[in-house]
Design a protein around this ligand. Sequence first.
Ligand code: ZN
Length: 77
Amino acid sequence: MPTESSTDLTARIAAAIRDAACAGDCGDTEEECAAQRIQPCVWQGGVLTEVLGAPEVFAKVAAAVMQVDVLANGGPR
Ligand SMILES: [Zn+2]
């Protein structure tokens, strides 16, 4: 299995953060949503370019991507 470059990993975490941004259909109140989810801020040409959210939310999204990586690579070494 080829070693994934940090650039690829960065792109995948960025994509996961975009995916985790609330599209306004979560059903939570604005306050609950803001506390638990990433909020989209700026769109450029249909691409989400800026987001807002609690550091813990970003950490969870990044950790989820890393976890998938670990599993895909055969678990912790
Ligand atoms: Zn929401």
